[in-house]
Design a binder for this molecule. Sequence first.
Ligand SMILES: C[S@@+](CC[C@H](N)C(=O)[O-])C[C@H]1O[C@@H](n2cnc3c(N)ncnc32)[C@H](O)[C@@H]1O
Length: 199
Amino acid sequence: MGDKMNNQQEWEAVYSSDTSRHKNKYPSELLVSWVMRNFGSTPYENRNILKCLDIGCGYGNNLKFLTDEGFNAVGIDFSPSVVSAVNDSGLKAIHSSAINTPFNDQEFDFILDRSAIQCNSKEDIVKIYNEILRLLKPGGRFFSVFKKTGDNGFETSLHTDQEIHKLLVPFSDYSIDYYSLTMNNQESELSAFLISAIK
Ligand SMILES: C[S@@+](CC[C@H](N)C(=O)[O-])C[C@H]1O[C@@H](n2cnc3c(N)ncnc32)[C@H](O)[C@@H]1O
């Protein structure tokens, strides 16, 4: 049985239960590395003018890193339980779907997605990319860790470079890289697209 985690009800069920699974405490090293490569040279005291959105922020692990590093960060998630947990921890999150957010056009300097967009259908992913383009300032940046396969049978709706390229055509520049590792003594493999784009 796979662990697809492809809809709002499934995520809400996880976050409102007392399991520790998916309640990530530490930031993704891939996300940390991308943020520091792209924005690390901005002095700490000037980072607050950089507005950043974490799509599908989950338990706020990446939001905490961004906030500690001085960025003006807000998260969205479609699970109400996780959004109240994030707000209770003193971080900023809003209950919203990534398809239709309450933010203004061109509000963000950068937008991050660590393994949230991958949970959506093809049709919804197109809508989420349109929303990202609406929300980014001209020259704004986007980073996404988009898992293709996972150790727990995760399945996504996009599998090929071509499908990802199609989503990225409206951006002025982009790169698609791969990240992969084996797990459980090479019994399973986790692989992901690392997508980096500039509006
Ligand atoms: C695999 S978890 C990742 C959580 C966090 N980004 C991290 O790195 O630990 C995916 C998260 O995305 C959220 N999510 C998935 N699709 C979403 C959508 N269309 N709108 C808002 N949140 C979404 C889920 O509720 C879940 O919290």
